[in-house]
Write a protein that binds this ligand. Sequence first.
Ligand code: AMP
Length: 619
Amino acid sequence: MTFKELGISPQILKAIEELGFEKAMPVQEETLPILLEQDVNLVALAQTGTGKTAAFGLPMIQKMNYSNNDTEVLVLCPTRELCIQIANDCKNYSKYVDGCSVLPVYGGASIDVQIRALKKGVKMIVATPGRMNDLILRKKVDISKIKYVVLDEADEMLDMGFKDDLDNILDATPSSRHTLLFSATMPKEVENIAKNYMSDPIKVQIGIRNQGSDNVSHFYYLVHAKDRYLALKRIADYYPDIYAIIFCRTKIETQEVSDMLIKDGYNADSLHGDLSQAQRDHVMNRFRLKNIQMLVATDVAARGLDVNDLTHVINYNLPDELEQYVHRSGRTGRADKMGISIAIINLKEKYKIRNIEQQIKKAFSKAKIPTGKEVCKKQLFNMIDKVENVDVNYSEIENFLPDILKKLEWMDKEELIRKFVSLEFNRFLEYYRGAPDLNVDENASLKSRDSNGDRGKRGSHSKGERTNKEGNFVRLFINLGHRDKIVPQRLIGMINDYTHDRNIEIGRIDIMDNFSYIDVIADKAQDVINAFEGRSVKGRRVSAEIAQQKGSSSRGRGEKREERRGERNNSRRDSSSRRDNQRGDRAKDRTKDRRGDSSNGFQRRERGDGEKRQQRKRY
Ligand code: AMP
């Protein structure tokens, strides 16, 4: 359907035609007739990238009364980036509508500048909840005339812990206002918001509840945990034109994967909460411009990123919460394009795939990590394609051609092609010479585990023993101690079991009341840390992390926390400390350019697992 048929006014039509909008997208076809004709509450279940902004933005712009300066529409969204993007989109839609002013207000930027802009009178405010609540508390914004509140990406806002801010804001708006709630998924918390603040909402569903986009194909690759990074490289090499977000679970993992990719010559960078806002903006911009092919990101940091033509989303590690997978995979297959969502998993994670399949009502296909030979073939033909399609500047080349031809005249055509191709290709051949098969044979793995009752050479390690003469161990901190009935053999057994590797060299082990230190051979330290991720002992989450020198101010939260254990039970951060305005400032304070220290992948960095405040549905 065209926007004209849907009743969009000529001024707005002119603007969106300039943006290239010809036909309404499904969510727009659903919402426009309803919102243009009635004043209603509406719950729309729609993925990101489906045209949601215009679905609420166009009718809001069309319906506002421009004979006064009252703020009539308040749009709330989870991140600064989304806030800016929605405001820009709405400014573009309302380009030819006289008197339509749109202002983004978000944390991490000067509140005074925003207050001054608000004083001039704004028809539509687009805000992050923390900053909006702050402005309300300071009485710097008049929301008494608000007619519509739009909650965009409501699930993300709640997931980021904005529930209290949302409650405060909604309570402060006039009871006569209507609410439009847009969400990609519909967890209980979002349903509660709808129940508490919206009477008789009209429900619009694009796609099926909590399901991924139809345009996305889902694949998983089964590898040993230790081969995760090698598998990622093979995938990247197999898709030379890859343009992907690689999702990791923690900031430390994000930084490390990105560091390794850069070191290995890939066009990659990282995006996580330890970067300053300016650094994040810079990375996002470069990624949008495709100056970066692979962006390694945490879920939280990637939220503000709006890119429509990703070829792949790669789950380097699957998220803890099922619904997060819907968000991740929904970043590809957008705006009618096809996309691929990949999960790199080990045997123990296979059940997660089953659970996700149930959630998204779509099957994953098992894919095989390409062999070295397959990668080489793909790269070779990619290069040949490039040769076929390269633009030739005949006039420039012509000047040099006689000399070049003369120099190469001793070679026949085949030899010339061979040499020419080898120039680029030798690197791949060399790298992949004798490269192992990374795929896990499920049946063989199960059998070998069953038959291997031997606990391996670690059984002989005892407390304080050092087996490595060079002493190149990394000291890990594990939040289990005497109280958890931990003895050295048990720690070693856990490492054996969790890593599926019985040959990791272990050095000194020190067990304290609440925690332990264990020396692990440096090149396996990260494997051990990864293997401990998501584990629990007697219902308590277990974590391993690089230990810090005594007295170091940057000691890990886990270390400090465990040392305090017994004194305090609740180690979770105060939820108010995460409000978006504070987050921006605190992030700046904390931030160092972590990309400068990439030479040592095991340097201490703050763990990222505190990025989530709310426990949602887990596997
Ligand atoms: P959104 O879900 O609002 O972020 O929109 C996703 C992308 O689709 C944005 O780049 C929009 O500019 C674009 N878009 C939205 N509506 C249309 C439309 N009717 N036709 C073409 N592109 C659109």
